[in-house]
Design a protein around this ligand. Structure first.
Ligand SMILES: NC(=O)c1ccc[n+]([C@@H]2O[C@H](COP(=O)([O-])OP(=O)(O)OC[C@H]3O[C@@H](n4cnc5c(N)ncnc54)[C@H](O)[C@@H]3O)[C@@H](O)[C@H]2O)c1
Length: 417
């Protein structure tokens, strides 16, 4: 066992957190029961870079129950729950993570989990895969394949595959419906609001709430903000998404126009430089800006620094910038993924789906890796169906089944009027 965490005396508290998550994650717990019997990862090593939360802990324990040696680092410098990290060490997981690591420590942790020589890698944002491909190429031959949790990571992987530099098969967990629907839409929608509330303790009703990006996450967030009484404005660059936002009843306009109107601005694009100097200069005194996209590049922090004559941390996760013209802008969570920095990320009910996909996909990968080329793969439909069916069962929801006649009708092109 190897590890480095903030404080092992937090382990007891972390165990309660994990137990709570386990009580909300019936699908993953069912898979754990199966893995305890079948041991699909016996003798194998899984290296992981995910947000170190109570929900991730349930996945780590499930992989270990399946026979794996597991080594875990964080996928974000600020998202580690230190009590959970300590509890996981007591559960026999090799954890290298603590909240508030600097850049050097972040990559040190990542290299520690890679020193375990993984057969499978689990990533959130692609930093693990990236490190293997650029700095730890000696490990590549040992890796059967990997899995990616989020949009930003999948974009990077597809670019690597296109350039012919991806060296092992990767599954895009992010793109499968039981992940994307639950996590990006419902999860990000609710937990981003949660992060904003915990950071600011402010009233959402009556505020003009600007959502930059109307992809899956932006759709979820806009609807949750509206549900809390906000007046929502959406900004987009994709005409189809913009049109969808209009049809969903939101005001859509360029960010330069919205900049003058908004009370709260949240970026969720996976892109860079969404909120820049030209927008900050137009914002109202007291405007709040935050990001819930994967990397802290959506708000141009350098521009904010350059425009400001002073700054102070007025509350935990809220920095007050006083601009040269006297106006104040409040930055949430240093521009990093706010639902994980100021709140606890997605609720366990949501991560139950994403992490059930990870667990079953890792089992599939181990069984089938010899037939897979270095490319980005979708999660097999049978895994998605199994995860959705187990979730419905846990909710006590039953559904109809296709009759043989219906199956034939739906698959036979000769059928008609
Ligand atoms: N906070 C979380 O817990 C969480 C959860 C899931 C995904 N994510 C991250 O959120 C980001 C978005 O994920 P998604 O699944 O919604 O992606 P998506 O591709 O479905 O949506 C992104 C949207 O942003 C738009 N966009 C791009 N550049 C823009 C610009 N300059 N101005 C306005 N809009 C712009 C795109 O047109 C697209 O519609 C990614 O970084 C992803 O990794 C975060």
């Amino acid at each position: 066992m190897k590890y480095k965490v903030k404080n092992m005396s937090l382990a007891e508290k972390g165990k309660f957190q994990i137990a709570w998550a386990e009580s909300r994650m019936p699908v993953l717990m069912k898979i754990r029961e199966e893995f305890e019997k079948t041991k699909p990862f016996k003798g194998l090593t899984i290296s992981v870079a995910l947000h170190v939360t109570k929900e991730t802990a349930v996945l780590m324990k499930t992989l270990k129950a399946g026979g794996a040696t597991v080594a875990l680092a964080a996928a974000n410098p600020l998202s580690t729950q230190d009590d959970v990290a300590a509890a996981l060490v007591e559960e026999g997981i090799n954890v290298f993570a603590w909240s508030g690591v600097n850049d050097e420590e972040y990559y040190w942790c990542m290299n520690q989990v890679l020193d375990f020589k993984p057969n499978v890698t689990l990533d959130d944002g692609g930093d693990l895969v990236n490190t293997i491909h650029t700095k730890r190429q000696d490990l590549i031959n040992n890796v059967f394949g990997g899995q990616e949790e989020t949009t930003t990571g999948v974009i990077r992987l597809r670019a690597m595959a296109e350039d012919g530099v991806l060296k092992y098969p990767m599954f895009a967990i992010n793109d499968t419906p039981t992940k994307g629907m639950f996590d990006n839409i419902y999860g990000t929608g609710q937990s981003t609001i949660d992060g904003i509330l915990r950071a600011t303790s402010m009233m959402i009703a009556g505020k003009t709430f600007v959502v930059c990006g109307y992809g899956r996450c932006g759709y979820g967030l806009s609807n949750r903000a509206r549900g809390m009484g906000a007046n929502v404005i959406v900004t987009e660059v994709d005409p189809v998404k913009a049109l969808q936002a209009v049809m969903d009843g939101f005001r859509v306009m360029p960010l330069k126009q919205a900049a003058e109107l908004g009370d709260i601005f949240i970026t969720i694009t996976g892109d860079r430089d969404i909120i820049t100097k030209e927008h900050m200069e137009l914002m109202k005194d007291g405007a709040i800006i935050g990001n819930t996209g994967h990397f802290n590049v959506e708000i141009n922090l350098q521009d904010l620094e350059n425009l400001s004559k002073s700054k102070r941390e007025i509350r935990k996760h809220v920095k007050e910038y006083t601009l040269e013209n006297g106006k104040k802008i409040y930055l949430l969570g240093e521009g990093r993924i706010i639902n994980l920095v100021a709140a606890e990320g997605h609720p366990p009910d949501v991560m139950d789906m994403s992490f059930a996909d990870h667990a079953l996909c890792a089992e599939y990968l181990v069984k089938n890796h010899k037939n897979l080329k270095p490319d980005v793969y979708n999660v097999p439909k049978e895994i998605d169906d199994k995860v959705a069916s187990l979730k419905l069962k846990s909710m006590g929801v039953e559904i109809d089944r296709l009759t043989e006649k219906q199956k034939k009708y739906l698959s036979d092109w000769k059928e008609g009027t």
